[in-house]
Ligand binder design. Sequence first.
Ligand code: ZN
Length: 77
Amino acid sequence: MEDRIYCYHCMTYHPAGQMRRVDTPRGERWRCIRSIAGASNSTAERDAFGGRQTELNRLRARQLQESATPRSRSFSY
Ligand SMILES: [Zn+2]
């Protein structure tokens, strides 16, 4: 018999070996490593994509600003 623990994320039971205890605002809960890995992966991809977009937007904004006002170079990073 394998121990099974209730996964609050999937709302079902998983083998204890796949479960990790996580802190939530409502206290400790058990969640399977698969759901944790999936959440962190999607978050990382979203952050990377958002970072690229932000960088592109900043470059474009700077180009626009420099072409429009060639003398304003006060915003050096
Ligand atoms: Zn689960």
